[in-house]
Design a protein around this ligand. Structure first.
Ligand code: HEC
Ligand code: HEC
Ligand code: HEC
Ligand code: HEC
Ligand code: HEC
Ligand code: HEC
Ligand code: HEC
Ligand code: HEC
Length: 452
């Protein structure tokens, strides 16, 4: 089905059926009667304009029309124009496209466009850390605020996951910022994020977003290996062994553990409706900690982005209720007991002592506070919390012993030794640490506008 040949066949049949339905005019019922043709009635309630887009694009961009035709949107008669039609106030109208027809279209489809029909998902998303990540990272990130990387490194790296600031100048997109489907991109209409980060266009599929691969594109690597953690957990092993046979397309709120699937995915634990825990597009819900932060704190106490009205006990209870669909209370609480003590172990045994050593060196001027990542010890301290420290906590949170220990606490022990050794050498010599020129520096350090 997913082979290029398969796609071609679907598109071909679709084009044939469109041609026939156009020929048959208003009552194109004949298409359905033809054996072997995909039954697909675009004429139902479609304006001339709306049909025009589909006909021409079935030639110009076959893949797009095929994806759309396979979507719930096509079945519900949501057409190209519903999402791409540009209103009078839209600033992102494609001038080039006016050579293909009079209808003004906009290439950018933002959460605001989707919110017309999906207001609650859009509202939850708008308050999430996903949507607001650019503002958040500009508050705390050393690479951005000290210009320690350049625009090339930012656009090929950070912006792909976090999002870019989509701008048009003279009707043309800034190529550094477009295309982009990062979770917190800032759109020309001021709305934040991109719904296609998880529901790729033009299928906009519920099934796709429920699978771990949808999240794993960003949630991976040395500093946030959630998808690797998932893969090595028992939950992930079961998903890989038999997930192909599960019912991924059940309607929202109806996707039932034990009926449609027997092991949770990222979506089950963090977003899907389970028992009386409602579906949410705000991924900070259900979390009791900020385990990505240098010192683990409660989400309401996270200075850079304090979660509003966040009660960690209540949110933990929501997460536990997800587990109760498949586990006993004893099993679940045993897990969370071990996670919480692992958080404490990281904070007290590794992070705080390491930070004390580094702070002492700053105090004694053996390390320079000027730039945060231009001395070897600063990089080592950064990796201690940002890489191994996170892996230890995430591994403990999501049942991955290899991450908790070998990529986590073991590396923390080693990292702390290396910090101690270098600190002793500096204290002994009394000579300040070598300051490196950070290659590839020079990125803009002006904080962008983040809108409302
Ligand atoms: C007569 C043919 C034709 C019609 C009718 C047409 N398009 Fe297009 N459209 C094109 C072509 C050709 C492109 C450019 C593709 C490319 O860049 O390779 C395009 C590009 C686009 C793009 C992408 C623009 C960009 O800058 O990335 C969107 C979105 C789009 N069309 C939507 C629509 C919608 C919505 C309609 C109906 C109102 C429509 N089109 C009608 C031919 C057409
Ligand atoms: C449910 C909303 C929705 C519908 C319906 C929709 N689109 Fe899109 N389209 C999008 C989104 C989202 C993007 C990605 C742009 C973005 O991230 O803002 C996109 C991108 C595009 C692009 C540029 C993609 C590329 O890879 O170059 C074209 C062309 C396009 N759409 C044409 C169409 C056509 C033709 C139809 C009707 C068959 C259609 N769209 C229906 C939401 C929609
Ligand atoms: C004009 C109204 C309209 C717009 C605009 C719209 N949608 Fe939808 N959407 C619908 C309808 C109607 C359904 C089908 C509901 C059903 O089948 O129960 C749907 C279904 C969905 C689903 C569930 C699909 C599935 O597999 O069951 C997702 C996800 C979705 N839309 C995302 C989006 C995104 C993202 C955008 C913006 C890029 C968007 N929609 C824009 C009306 C719209
Ligand atoms: C592969 C995708 C990806 C890339 C590339 C990436 N990030 Fe991230 N970033 C993430 C994810 C996912 C998280 C969430 C970590 C968590 O909570 O576990 C994150 C978290 C962060 C945080 C911490 C936010 C918080 O709530 O404490 C900052 C700051 C940050 N990233 C900045 C950057 C910068 C700057 C770059 C480029 C130099 C970058 N990231 C590159 C995906 C990425
Ligand atoms: C971080 C990934 C992610 C992003 C970004 C995202 N969604 Fe979803 N969405 C999901 C997941 C996962 C589900 C499935 C929840 C479930 O199991 O019912 C879902 C479900 C939906 C549904 C089905 C109804 C429901 O509430 O479950 C709609 C409609 C929808 N999303 C629209 C949107 C819109 C509109 C946006 C942008 C404002 C958006 N999504 C952004 C992951 C995402
Ligand atoms: C396009 C990249 C991308 C995708 C896809 C993505 N995320 Fe994220 N996610 C991020 C980034 C970036 C952050 C960090 C936001 C911040 O703290 O600034 C993040 C943060 C999070 C957080 C931490 C929230 C908090 O309060 O600390 C959770 C939980 C999360 N994502 C879950 C998911 C799930 C579940 C999915 C899939 C359904 C998903 N994400 C898909 C990029 C992504
Ligand atoms: C069995 C349930 C479960 C599954 C499956 C799961 N998680 Fe988690 N996740 C958790 C729990 C529990 C926590 C810690 C919650 C807390 O802070 O109390 C967590 C923490 C996180 C965090 C750290 C948030 C922060 O900043 O502190 C991110 C990001 C995240 N998960 C993303 C994902 C992604 C992406 C996937 C899939 C690849 C996934 N999770 C799969 C239960 C799960
Ligand atoms: C959809 C059902 C389902 C949900 C929801 C679920 N699990 Fe599981 N979980 C399983 C299954 C099945 C196994 C495998 C049991 C076995 O080893 O026989 C498992 C295994 C585990 C294990 C054992 C891991 C190992 O390596 O032996 C732990 C711990 C666990 N789950 C904790 C949780 C927690 C905590 C939650 C909620 C955040 C949760 N689970 C949610 C189905 C689920």
């Amino acid at each position: 089905m997913n082979s290029p040949k398969g796609i071609f066949r679907v598109v071909f049949l679709l084009v044939v059926s469109i041609a026939l339905s156009v020929a048959a005019g208003a009552e194109a019922g004949s298409v359905a009667a033809m054996p072997g043709l995909k039954e697909y009635r675009i004429e139902r309630g479609l304006s001339e304009e709306g049909r025009g887009c589909i006909e021409c694009h079935a030639e110009q961009t076959k893949g797009i029309v095929a994806d759309w035709a396979a979507s719930r949107h096509a079945h519900a008669n949501v057409t190209c124009l519903d999402c791409h039609g540009a209103g009078a106030a839209d600033t992102d109208v494609s001038k080039a496209h006016l050579t293909f027809g009079e209808t003004r279209i906009s290439p950018v489809v933002s959460p605001k466009d989707c919110s017309r029909c999906h207001p609650s998902e859009a509202a939850e998303y708008a308050r999430s850390k996903h949507a607001n990540t650019l503002e958040l990272i500009w508050k705390i990130d050393p690479w951005l605020n000290h210009g320690l990387n350049n625009e090339v490194e930012r656009t090929t790296g950070c912006s792909h996951c976090h999002g870019s600031i989509v701008k048009l100048e003279g009707g043309r997109f800034d190529k550094q910022a477009w295309p982009n489907v990062g979770v917190g991109r800032i759109n020309p209409d001021g709305s934040k994020g991109s719904c296609s980060s998880c529901h790729t266009r033009h299928k906009f599929s519920l099934a796709e977003s429920r699978k771990p691969e949808a999240c794993g594109q960003c949630h991976l690597g040395p500093d946030h290996p959630q998808v690797e953690i998932y893969d090595e957990s028992k939950h992930g092993a079961i998903y890989h062994a038999e997930g192909d046979g599960w019912n991924w397309g059940a309607a929202a709120g109806m996707w039932t553990p034990g009926v449609d699937y027997r092991s949770p995915t990222c979506s089950t634990c963090h977003m899907s409706g389970v028992s009386d825990v409602a579906t949410s597009h705000d991924v900070t819900e259900r979390l009791a900690w900020e385990t990505q932060a240098p010192l683990t704190v409660r989400p309401g106490d996270f200075e850079a982005w304090p979660a509003v009205d966040h009660n960690p006990k209540r949110e933990r209870m929501k997460m536990e209720k997800v587990c109760y669909a498949c586990h006993s209370k004893t099993w679940t609480r045993g897990h969370f007991f071990r996670f919480d003590v692992a958080v404490d172990n990281y904070n007290e045994v590794y992070y705080k002592p390491a930070k004390e050593i580094i702070d002492d060196l700053y105090e004694k001027k053996l390390l320079s506070k000027d730039k945060p990542l231009d001395e070897k010890l600063e990089i080592d301290m950064y990796e201690l919390w940002h890489h191994e420290g996170r892996r230890a906590r995430f591994g403990a949170a999501m049942m991955a012993p290899d991450y908790a220990w070998w990529h986590g606490f073991y590396e923390l022990k080693k990292g702390l030794m290396e910090i101690e050794e270098q600190a002793e050498a500096l204290l002994k010599s009394g000579q300040p640490a070598k300051i490196f020129e950070v290659k590839g520096s020079g990125g803009d350090t002006t904080k962008p506008e983040f809108g409302k």
